[in-house]
Design a protein around this ligand. Structure first.
Ligand code: NAD
Length: 670
């Protein structure tokens, strides 16, 4: 593989090469996206080919057309493998990118990080995570985008339509350099099959949350969020760390694999069931789970010993989670916390394995007899919910982990509905956002703030960790009681972050912080850059945050004024950030819970040590967090009312409409 700096720069600047490269096959050493549904009519297939060919000179069409037709047939998509670059794909130090604008170079770095094979799930199909979370739809879009970024000035903005670079438009230095939209469709055309069709045509893509917004930072983000959830769930049931509390859950996959590590950090005994032995062994080898047990009786006696001995230990049960819930009920084992992270957003194609079948048997049946498989999944879900219900009747605290467990269980006819339903409380059990993440974090403005050191140096990351610890410790010393616990949890996290060695790809860090914390940390970074102590830093966040995402069963599930199905907040957020100084902004349909189910957005901002950076960060971060707090406060969420009043005292110019509570018994009037 040729990879000299000058060759790399020349390739980037060339965009689509001037002579036709040799054909390439997907490299079998990488993981590849599954074949997609054959959804286009013959007429639409012709249109998909025409759409793909418009990126290339006419003289190449007769060569490329049959090749692209074959890709469409073999994979259900046209990825244009022939145009995959020769150079290695990873986040280089920012000064290695050929660019006229440092902001544009920072975006190139972030794009390459999202496509780095060490980071991305299916790198050659340009998918970063979540099975279909795409950065681009095809390699022509990647090449053109990088070329535009290499030549753009700070008097231009690049507009990205679902991976397609529409082009550079004249703008001004304070405007975002890039504006990204992914999967934005007319609402009536937002069913999953609409996505399959538009994506196969090459006109839309599923950007997930941080895939199509160039802000993915590998697995550390999920560990932090999961730790916060488990830690606070234990507090909710009044259990101290290292007191032998028991947490039962399922899934050791992509995100769910963070559960045992979080259980250990929170100081409990955790049992995570996993039907796929390859997944449980991988997590064990990686040190993410302490012990593997494949016999249910052995599990029962090990758990009794661990809880009695007040151990902190994570155990993977190699089998079905339903067996665990049923065995613990039979054996009288008290479960303090319960949840589930099987992939129930995708129940019929391997997201959930029914208890009646072995793992291999299930894999065969879902392909060969999908109707029978469907029935067995639903029967298993009813058994699953029955067993959980028996535990919760004894006091277990069970929560839905944003994986659609309650939704699918209810569709299967399981007893999970709230006997006295109210708006937003249709189910018997809460979601993790309703009870934990929403009222304890999002309502106060705490969310997954993150940064990337663009020098690529580990010592820069270490320096930023120290700066963030210092800033947070100063803030915690004078924090009001309502948020002191959050501050202290985050200080503990950042102090241990380096030791946890969770960097994969770019030198990145995640930290839950509120508006004041994010601004003060960013100002301190900018000062350190100005003094030459560290290189430029990119700021960003997950879309799963205070203001970025409208998602009625997840991020906004703790909104009870009926507005949880509206998406004004996410749209306002991206517009508001864009004219307050973001370096790039993005807004997506889908992400986390599926196409049509959510609107989510985010930003990236380059800090370069200048006064301009200082002005932009203060203005934009204040809005980026407080937009969501204002909306949560208008929905009468107590924590958010407290947080927005506090922010108004601190921030001149901020004046938010506050809700008036009524004491009247209004039901008499209806
Ligand atoms: N971690 C988080 O913070 C978070 C937040 C929101 C939503 N989620 C949701 O959690 C779910 C899991 O995400 P993931 O990335 O880990 O998915 P994944 O598909 O990689 O992992 C799920 C695992 O569950 C296992 N499994 C399925 N059925 C089982 C059963 N009956 N018993 C035991 N194991 C079983 C599968 O073998 C698989 O390894 C998704 O629906 C995701 O949207 C996670």
């Amino acid at each position: 593989m040729i990879d000299t700096a000058s060759h790399f720069a020349a390739e980037i600047s060339a965009g689509i090469p001037s002579s036709l490269p040799e054909p390439k096959q997907p490299d079998q050493s990488f993981s590849h996206a599954p074949k997609r549904k054959d959804i286009l009519s013959n007429e639409e297939k012709v249109l998909a080919l025409k759409n793909a060919l418009r990126y290339f000179p006419k003289a190449w069409h007769s060569t490329l057309a049959p090749e692209f037709a074959q890709e469409l047939k073999d994979y259900g998509r046209i990825y244009m493998y022939r145009f995959m670059p020769e150079y290695e794909m990873y986040a280089r130090p920012i000064n290695e990118y050929p660019a006229k604008s440092q902001q544009a170079a920072a975006i190139m770095l972030m794009i390459q990080n999202n496509l780095d094979p060490a980071v991305a799930q299916h790198p050659q199909e340009l998918i970063t995570y979540g099975g279909n979370g795409a950065v681009f739809q095809n390699w022509a879009q990647y090449l053109l985008t990088m070329q535009y970024l290499s030549e753009m000035t700070e008097e231009q903005s690049l507009h990205m339509y679902s991976g397609h670079p529409m082009g550079l438009f004249p703008s001004h230095p304070d405007a975002p350099r890039v504006v990204v939209t992914n999967g934005m469709v007319i609402p009536n055309y937002s069913k999953p099959d609409d996505w399959e069709k538009f994506n196969a045509l090459g006109v839309s893509q599923y950007g997930q949350m941080t895939a199509g917004s160039y802000m993915y930072i590998g697995p550390q983000g999920i560990v932090h969020g999961t730790t916060i959830t488990v830690l606070n769930a234990l507090r909710k049931v009044g259990r101290e760390p290292n007191s032998g509390a028991l947490f039962v859950t399922a899934g050791l996959g992509g995100m769910s694999g963070a559960q045992p590590k979080a259980g250990n950090i929170a100081g409990c005994v955790s049992v995570t069931a996993e039907v796929n032995p390859a997944a449980s062994r991988k997590r064990h080898e990686q040190g993410w789970v302490d012990e593997l047990i494949d016999d249910i009786d052995e599990l029962v006696s090990r758990v009794k010993k661990a809880t009695t001995g007040k151990e902190t230990v994570s155990i993977a049960y190699e089998g079905n989670v339903v067996e665990v819930w049923e065995a613990f009920e039979r054996e009288g084992i008290y479960v303090d916390l319960g949840s589930d992270q099987t992939s129930l957003h995708n129940p019929w194609a391997g997201g959930y394995y029914p208890v009646q079948l072995g793992f291999e048997e299930a894999n065969e049946m879902m392909a060969n007899d999908p109707d029978k498989f469907h029935d067995l999944v639903q029967e298993s879900l009813r058994r699953h919910a029955d067993a959980v219900n028996k535990h919760t009747a004894k006091g277990t605290y069970f929560f839905d982990y944003g994986n659609a467990f309650l939704l699918e269980a209810s569709r299967a006819g399981a007893e999970v509905m709230n006997p006295q339903p109210s708006i937003g409380r249709e189910f018997k059990y809460p979601s993790y956002v309703q009870d934990i993440m929403g009222p304890m974090c999002f309502d106060y403005g705490f969310g997954p703030f993150r940064w990337v050191c663009t020098s690529g140096k580990a010592e820069d990351l270490e320096a930023t960790d120290k700066i963030a610890t210092k800033v947070l410790s100063e803030l915690a010393a004078k924090a009001p009681d309502e948020i002191r616990q959050q501050m202290e949890d985050n200080i503990r996290w950042i102090i241990a972050a380096g030791e946890n060695k969770m960097v994969v790809g770019s030198q990145a860090r995640i930290l839950y912080a509120d508006s004041e914390g994010r601004i003060k940390i960013a100002q301190a970074f900018n000062q350190a850059i100005k003094e030459g102590k560290i290189g430029p830093v990119v700021l960003g966040r997950d879309h799963h945050d205070v203001s970025g995402t409208d998602s009625p069963y997840r991020e906004t599930s703790n909104i009870y004024d009926g507005s949880q199905f509206t998406a004004d907040m996410a749209i306002q957020n991206v517009i508001g950030d864009s004219f307050r100084g973001a370096t790039w902004v993005s807004i997506h349909n889908g992400g986390g819970v599926g196409w049509g189910e959510v609107i989510n957005g985010g930003f990236g901002m380059l800090l370069d040590g200048t006064e301009d950076s200082n002005r932009r960060l203060a203005n934009m971060l204040l809005y980026d967090v407080n937009n969501g707090i204002a909306r949560r406060s208008w929905a009468r969420n107590e924590g958010a009312v407290f947080a927005i009043k506090r922010e108004m005292q601190r921030s001149p110019g901020l004046k938010i409409t506050l809700p008036e509570e009524t004491d009247l018994d209004l039901s008499n009037l209806i």
